[in-house]
Design a protein around this ligand. Sequence first.
Ligand SMILES: *Cc1c(COP(=O)(O)O)cnc(C)c1O
Length: 436
Amino acid sequence: MSYEAYADETLGFTTRQLHAGYNPAEHYRSKAVPIYQTVAFELGDFDRCSRLFGFEEEGHSYVRYSNPTTSVLEKRLTSLEGGSEALGLGSGMAAISNVFLNVAREGDEIAAVPTLYGGAITLLKKILPEYGISGRFVEKADDIASYKSAINERTKAIFVESLGNPGMNIIDLEAIAELAHEHGIPLIVDNTFATPYLLRPFEHGADIVIYSGTKYLAGHGTTIAGMVVEKGGFPWLNGKFPQFESFYEEYAEKIGRDSLDRTMFVKRLKIRFLTDLGAHLSPTSAFYILQGIETLSLRMERHVENAQKIAEFLADHPQVLSVSYPGLPDSPYHALAEKYLPKGAGAILSIRLKGGLEAAKTVLRNVRIFDFLANVGDAKSLIVHPATSTHFGQLKEDQEKAGVYEDTLRLSIGIEDVEDLIGDLKQALDSIGNVG
Ligand SMILES: *Cc1c(COP(=O)(O)O)cnc(C)c1O
């Protein structure tokens, strides 16, 4: 057998989501990717041990640094994303926090949109400032001038979510990437809601992509995981990032200059942070993410088809004040959706209800198929009240900037039969009028 599907980057997305990065011949020809449930690997001889620990030879020594199951996942996502290297971590938040620590040092700033996952906001506003790194929020995520005024000589990255939560606002990635590069800094994109099937930020200028693998990559609400992917080619040695210069001096000879040039961000993340902050992804979790990814494109097609129909149904319902979904023609993000998300505008949407908080409570009490819980990206449909859960404890004005009001509900549309989902929402919304 000379043909190697696992290494053929010309294959389509759906073929690669099943084959990329896994060569069964290296694993006793096991067709499924094996779970290497071990803490450590035999080091062999004395010289191999020093090569492994010196990062001169690829291989596995201790599972906190790397393991073969997670390596397959990293290679698969690198292929699907079109990047140079990826790293698995224990959760989406581990991915975000480790990325921030890799890109910024004491005295530095990270410019970010205000429409972020709550955990990322807390990191930038409350946790990292205690270590001398601060987040500077752009006033308006839709206005390029706002980004310009959030950047100064201390800024080391721009951080956005391609599709914001829960308002489903779409960031104009190409414009923001251009601005970042004019300032010699990278654009970092949390692409969790879009997935590499609907949107590949590297094709629009992004430098680093982050996922909460917990959501659509896992796809079934079973596993917590995070991923970081590097595009390769960002000039980390441009004088703004002294931490990468000292790292380069230390590792260029061992790893090889060409390889290190293309994978510097992930290599430093792995060698400095994964190794010693310890947020590793367990091999068993990596297996579940790999299994989820096998059906990613198929699920996403169904997720977005259902979401579009449900958004249209909700927009016409008399109890609904407004629907935030970029697939609707009157959405302020419709043009950006056509540009960046031609396969579908994701499957998360939020609604505001005319009947206020009481109406929201009634819907949550009456849904039968939608589950009331704080997650997204499950194959099953989910509903939540952001003001008292995902955005709990934030100032009212910050909540409103993110599109969260007391009458807001966020829906994560699953892959069930759409008639059943519409029927469920219809009976729950129709019951609002009947409240005491
Ligand atoms: C869930 C989520 C995270 C955090 O991921 P965990 O895996 O729960 O740590 C980060 N960003 C976005 C957009 C998310 O939806």
